[in-house]
Design a protein around this ligand. Structure first.
Ligand code: PLP
Length: 395
């Protein structure tokens, strides 16, 4: 007996794997500092919890329409208009998490042999789902010398006549980079010139520290060729609720709804009520969490840069730092994965090797600062101790 070959395309996700290894060490009595998962340490804001509980008590426990509750679809449309997107409730499909929006959207776009432009370094699900759907990844690089920004010219050079889809993610996991308006404009021009559909992963939109995130979907000519994928996990501290959405051009709505109908039927109805409360209530909770992440980003960048052998670009959004550890690895002669392994097993710090996000992540670690300042400081202190214990290279 055997399973379908395409299952091999569905890789694991580094963060969940390290979290599991960390849990096993904790069960054996070790103290672990968790800097692996992109999971906000804040509780879900109380007014959102209250709306979810109230929805359960009020009996919102039956199927919802596959595309989502009309009120939530309208709230999402309003919400993304705030980042410059031009859309209507009928363009929104509600999903159980941002990941499900990525999965359904890519599945609807990719044919056997379709080439999909993906960031290397990037979120691992993009490549897994692309391969699963029969597509072929074409990787574009993010330039560490330019704060991990992309180059539209380089993306264009990776295009062939079979390239149909470009996956964009900013603020970016794992580097924290955010694209400037002129960079977005160049990508939009390229998408129109090469007839690409852009899948814009905007899950960290609410966590761009300057509070001025703009969607590529809102640029001239882009609404018809952009699928926004997003979710509530990060900005509203709702990872376990499983709530996300896609904002689609009209021609993609029915195909994605059919995928929804045949895979999950609908997103949990009471959870959607919590989502309505999240989007229509005061956004002060998002502002507060964003300011705290921005403060942590500064602390983390400064303290990582103070460790000999490490250098870290300041993130402009999201909840991660992505320090370069090449000078440490020169001394160990090992890989980033080995360093992450040693950090977990010797120092009790769970973080990820940059290679969990693609080959170009070698020589880097990803440190999530979705943990208290005290815990993050403790984790970085332990990284410093490990770095200090590595003998200087013979040279
Ligand atoms: N996109 C990116 C870039 C992410 O980092 C994540 C989670 O880590 C997701 C999407 C998916 O989040 P969720 O499925 O919890 O909404």
């Amino acid at each position: 007996m055997r399973v379908a070959k395409r299952i091999a395309a569905l890789t694991g996700e580094g963060a969940f794997e390290i979290a599991e290894a960390a849990r096993k060490l904790e069960a054996a009595g070790r103290h672990i500092v968790h800097l692996e998962l992109g999971q906000p340490d804040f509780p879900t804001p109380p007014q959102i919890v209250e709306a979810g509980v109230r929805a359960l008590r009020d009996g919102h426990v039956r199927y919802a329409p596959p595309a989502g509750l009309p009120t939530l679809r309208a709230a999402v449309a309003d919400h993304v208009r705030g980042r410059g997107a031009s859309t209507a409730p009928g363009n929104v499909v509600v999903t159980p998490g941002g990941k499900s929006a990525i999965f359904s959207t890519l599945l609807a776009l990719i044919e056997e042999g379709t080439e999909v432009l993906l960031p290397d370094i990037g979120f691992s699900a993009y490549e897994a789902v692309t391969r699963f759907a029969g597509g072929v990844p074409r990787f574009y690089q993010l330039d560490p010398a330019r704060a991990f920004s992309l180059s539209a010219e380089e993306i264009e050079a990776a295009c062939t006549p079979r390239t149909r889809v470009l996956v964009l993610n900013h603020p970016h996991n794992p580097t924290g980079s955010a694209l400037r308006h002129d960079e977005l404009e160049r990508v939009a021009e390229l998408a129109q010139k090469r007839d690409l559909v852009v899948v814009s992963d905007e899950i960290y939109a609410g966590l761009q520290y300057d509070g001025r995130f703009a969607s590529i979907q809102g640029l001239s000519g882009m609404a018809e060729r952009t699928a926004i994928v997003d979710g509530f996990s990060k900005s509203y501290a709702m990872t376990g609720w499983r709530l996300g959405y896609a904002v689609l051009p009209a021609w993609m709505v029915d195909p994605v709804v059919r995928i929804a109908t045949n895979s999950f039927s609908c997103t949990a109805t009471f959870v959607q009520h919590a989502g309505i409360a999240a989007l229509t209530g005061s956004q002060q909770c998002v502002t507060d969490m964003r300011s705290e992440y921005a403060a942590r980003a500064r602390l983390v960048t400064d303290s990582l840069n103070a460790i000999p052998g490490l250098s870290c670009t300041a993130p402009r959004g999201a909840i991660y730092a992505f320090p370069n550890v090449r000078r440490l690895l020169d001394r160990t002669g090992g890989t980033a994965a080995q360093l992450a392994h040693d950090l977990l097993h010797d120092q009790g710090v769970a973080c990820l090797a940059g290679t969990a996000f693609g080959a170009a992540g070698e020589n880097h670690l990803r440190i999530s600062f979705a943990n208290s300042r005290e815990n993050v400081a403790l984790g970085i202190e332990r990284i410093k101790q490990l770095a200090a214990a590595i003998p200087a290279a013979a040279a």
